[in-house]
Design a protein around this ligand. Sequence first.
Ligand SMILES: Nc1ncnc2c1ncn2[C@@H]1O[C@H](COP(=O)(O)OP(=O)(O)OP(=O)(O)O)[C@@H](O)[C@H]1O
Length: 246
Amino acid sequence: MADAIADALRIDDATLAYDAGPVLAGVTGRVGAGEVVTLIGPNGAGKSTLIKAVLGLVPVVGGAITVLGRTPAAARRDVGYVPQADTLDAQFPVSAAQVVLMGRYRQVGWLRRPGREDRRIAAEALEQVGLADRARSTFGTLSGGQRQRVLLARAIAQRPRLLLLDEPFNGVDLVSQDALLRVLADLRRQGTAVLLSTHDLALAQHVSDHACLLNRRMFGFGPTAQTLTADLLRATYGGQIVLAHH
Ligand SMILES: Nc1ncnc2c1ncn2[C@@H]1O[C@H](COP(=O)(O)OP(=O)(O)OP(=O)(O)O)[C@@H](O)[C@H]1O
């Protein structure tokens, strides 16, 4: 039943703008429960902007974005988000386990202390990303890939119905990449909808059900194999030669 409720995310001819004006227009697409959709496009295409609009952080000035049947801002508590690796604050003076536990705060409320069940869920999430043995390590002492996995664990611990990942494969080692692929498979089985941005076409081909091609506007949306075609990729990247990184 592909109706508004079944779709975790619906984007209908959306135009997104910062104060200076629109940066992305004409985006239409869907992410259903248990589906992985990848956003593909060159630097500055608007991938992060779209993810931030789904979080309710960038205004939708035309069309609509509907998250779990609600506005992005209203759906916020059910949406997980892992930001780009280079935006992470490595100076966090807290342990990996504490970072993951933060994923539970929205559920328990900021004024209540997380309980045993929250700690269990957080420990399970750290285990899921393969970092159970680093629970007590200070966040800042972990490698970039490990920090990314801790933030992924934090997002999973939130038990979101829609998970947004901004360039999750960027600069991560192979172990972290494998952990992420395993988590994506788990999320798919649990019926979590996933929207992720990447530059990596080979990985996109591997993980996604649907792909969305962006460069200031949408150049294609559909089943991955039918969307990541040479013609559509050439159009999206403005004639630049596109090579898979892996
Ligand atoms: N806060 C902001 N205010 C104004 N313009 C912005 C802001 N953030 C991004 N932009 C502009 O919006 C456009 C799209 O940027 P965005 O970061 O969404 O691209 P991207 O596809 O995620 O690129 P990258 O792969 O480099 O992360 C760019 O031209 C960028 O300069």
